[in-house]
Design a protein around this ligand. Structure first.
Ligand code: SAH
Ligand code: SF4
Ligand code: F3S
Length: 490
């Protein structure tokens, strides 16, 4: 494991190794020298600040970037007034990009005050050539640009930037490589995301992710299990298995294996209490998986199952490969097998050509499924995707009007769903001290709903039993029954 590597024992005057991850440890050691020089001159260590946009994938990537920077010797800064600022960007919708450009102006102002400051951009947005062009032309104060495929190279790129004293840009079009055994620093000591696969092959017609994250590739089960064992030994009780479409895990292996099989293996890991995963594509959700979830003591009673649209006609144009009826039948099978399962979803309004009738189908699906919660999005036209070229883009006023109606429906369903568990006792993983109510803690239930209850901060990270006394829209207020640390989910 990476923890055994002592950077000070690496000979930084020898040539750089070619194989990974040895090469990156070599550059971490070189950067550490630079950090020590900095400290001598400034009387303090340089600090870094990472701002993460987008999904859980990016959040996990940022933990890896943090791991590398801490290994090098950087201190963690509180905000953008730091020596090294890194934006890990998202480009799934236009407004994600606009937020980054907006904040870059602010960074430029900070850099004028601290000319030694280094600014880096990485992540999904950087995989788009137009974006990199724009940065080179109009945001010349940016020091370092890299993409989604080479985040493991942060130390090497940073060292190059320090040596070359000019901007460094390194964006890969794609990769087959998965570099293992690099450091990562978790945001929470007791829970962690774990990548099980990278990329996406589905090419839903609206979506840019396959273009910026590349082709689907699964990590080997041995590497995944080894990582989770290491995490558990380090205090983790809950893992979230991450992939754009976890249900197609292992399909590209020489000897294909299923996600359901992987889950069974993860379940066996002693000391691990809870398993979550994201995201499931409805087209690939097998009966075997439903069975594994039903039998499991550790898999949380929650499934995020993006519907996107309730209209079969639109689903076909979206290239989702299921019909409304197939989706509803899947929900029925899930609920028949696991009656207490919480279902959440993603919905897009205003996909090109969406008519009022199509939209009513979406409202109808929401009414029928009664989701515990749903993320609703206005369709955003992404250059390079198939849908961007479709005629009949829906006018903005109509999109917004439908969005408001959908939101109302989703909130109604959520308001009802939360009553299901009211006045029951449930296990909650205590995630943090409540930020709103003093003396309270915030815990997460198996179904992913949050509960606030009075308790001692020392309980953060443990699983306790909470009576759900009051439902407040999307969360509960409760009281603790016992502090049953170490109990597996029932
Ligand atoms: N792989 C996941 C989701 C990745 S993106 C899945 O298949 O479900 C997260 C969500 O963003 C998607 O589910 C979709 O609802 C939304 N999304 C993606 N592209 C979008 C676009 N162009 N406009 C609006 N929403 C979009
Ligand atoms: Fe995008 Fe579809 Fe892949 Fe999800 S499955 S990342 S929505 S292309
Ligand atoms: Fe955004 Fe990239 Fe995730 S585009 S949603 S950060 S995979």
């Amino acid at each position: 494991m990476y923890k055994e590597i002592n950077l000070d024992k690496i000979d930084i005057h020898a040539g750089s190794p070619t194989e990974e991850p040895a090469r990156q440890y070599y550059f971490m050691a070189k950067c550490r020298e630079w950090v020590r020089e900095f400290e001598k001159k400034a009387g303090r260590r340089p600090c870094f600040f990472i701002q993460t946009f987008g999904c859980q994938m990016n959040a996990r990537d940022s933990e890896k970037l943090t791991g590398i920077l801490k290994e090098i010797g950087f201190a963690e800064g509180a905000d953008e007034a730091s020596d090294f600022v890194l934006y890990n960007t998202c480009t799934v919708r236009e407004n994600a990009n606009l937020r980054v450009y907006g904040r870059l102006g602010h960074l430029n102002g900070l850099k004028k005050k601290n000319p030694g400051m280094l600014i880096a951009l990485c992540g999904c947005m950087m995989q788009e050539p137009e974006v990199v062009e724009k940065i080179q032309k109009s945001y010349r104060f940016v020091d370092l640009v890299f993409g989604t495929h080479n985040i493991f190279k942060l130390a090497e790129l940073l060292y190059r930037r320090i040596e070359e004293k000019g901007p460094v840009i390194d964006v890969w079009e794609g990769t087959d490589a998965i570099v293992e055994e690099l450091p990562a620093r978790r945001k929470y000591p007791f829970k962690s995301g774990v990548n099980i696969m990278f990329g996406c092959n589905n090419f839903c017609s609206y979506c840019i992710v396959p273009y910026v994250r590349g082709r689907e590739r699964s990590r080997s089960p041995e590497d995944i299990i080894k990582e989770i064992r290491g995490l558990v030994a380090d205090g983790v009780v809950e893992v979230m298995l991450l992939g754009q479409n976890v249900n197609s895990y292992g399909k590209t292996f020489k000897e294909p294996m299923s996600f359901a099989w992987l889950l069974r293996e993860v379940e066996k890991i002693e000391g691990l209490e809870r398993i979550r995963f994201m995201t499931s594509h409805p087209k690939d959700l097998s009966d075997e998986l439903i069975e594994v979830m039903k039998q499991s003591k550790k898999i949380c009673r929650h499934l995020h199952l993006p519907l996107q649209s309730g209209s079969t006609r639109i689903l076909q144009k979206m290239n989702r490969k299921y019909t409304k009826e197939q989706y509803l039948a899947l929900v029925d099978r899930l609920r028949a097998a696991i009656p207490d399962i919480a279902l959440t979803t993603d919905l897009i309004v205003g996909f090109p050509g969406e008519t009022e009738e199509d939209f009513l189908e979406t409202l109808d699906a929401v009414r029928r499924v009664r989701y515990d919660s749903a993320f609703t999005f206005l369709y955003s036209r992404r250059t390079g995707t198939v849908a961007a070229k479709m005629e009949e883009q829906v006018p903005e006023e109509i999109m917004k009007e439908r969005f408001d109606r959908l939101l109302k429906e989703v909130q109604e369903a959520a308001g009802e769903a939360i009553l299901r568990d009211l006045h029951t006792v449930q296990k909650a993983l205590v995630e943090e001290v409540d930020t709103h109510e003093s003396g309270y803690l915030t815990g997460r239930l198996s179904g992913n709903t949050v509960v606030h209850f009075p308790g001692d901060p020392s309980l953060v990270g443990s699983i306790v039993e909470v009576s759900l006394d009051e439902a407040k829209g999307f969360y509960y207020i409760g009281t603790m029954v016992t502090a049953g640390a170490g109990l597996a989910e029932g």
